[in-house]
Design a protein around this ligand. Structure first.
Ligand code: MG
Length: 201
């Protein structure tokens, strides 16, 4: 199983971090050991303030051969998650042209909520989701604003190596990223389904 993450997949978020809009998907990885449920679990760096990146998380239900085109038929479920980020560490590494791994992959940095079967979504190309922290709205996403939609992401990832059932893809964050620290409570929401998932860092 692999955890793929997409960076700069919403133009307004790329702009808020001062990044150019990419011509092809920006891909990075998290370790499977970074996964954590929303409600509780170990999160590294207890004294640190992180950035939250609320994202739609796609789970593959079947394998995609190397080099194959793939679409929604390869996906079996969707969840909401947080790509927890050590923003200052990432900024320092970016400045030096070094990999971001230690800013993105550490215990508890891949928060993921309950998976909802794909069939529950009327139109998987139009999913609205939100994040609030300590009761305050922070992020609202609409997947129609993705620069690279899910089928394009699957084909791109499969051009690198085959994909396997259970692989996860964090599909990028909409604008509104901000601080999240230990003890904060948060809510992720599939707006159209009225489904709310609560958690605490
Ligand atoms: Mg992200």
């Amino acid at each position: 199983m692999s955890i793929y993450c997409i960076g700069r997949n919403y133009a307004e978020h790329a702009a808020e971090l001062g990044n150019p809009v990419p011509a092809e998907p920006v891909v990075f990885l998290k370790s499977t050991a970074a996964l954590r449920p929303l409600a509780g679990g170990i999160t590294a760096f207890p004294g640190e303030t992180f950035h939250h990146e609320a994202e739609l998380v796609v789970r593959l239900g079947r394998s995609v051969p190397f080099g194959a085109e793939a679409g929604w038929e390869a996906v079996d479920a969707l969840a909401l998650g947080i790509d927890l980020t050590r923003r200052e560490v990432q900024a320092r590494l970016k400045e030096k042209g070094l990999p971001w791994t230690t800013a993105k992959s550490f215990a508890g940095s891949a928060l993921v909520g309950d998976f909802v079967p794909l069939a529950r979504f009327e139109d998987p190309e139009h999913i609205e989701f939100g994040l609030s922290v300590n009761g305050e709205p922070r992020q609202h996403g609409d997947t129609r604003a993705m620069l690279f939609r899910v089928p394009a992401l699957l084909a791109y990832l499969a051009s690198l190596h085959p994909l396997a059932p259970g692989d996860l893809i964090y599909t990028g964050t909409p604008k509104g990223v901000g601080p999240l620290q230990h003890g904060d409570s948060f809510q992720l929401e599939f707006t159209q389904l009225g489904m709310v998932f609560t958690g605490r860092l």
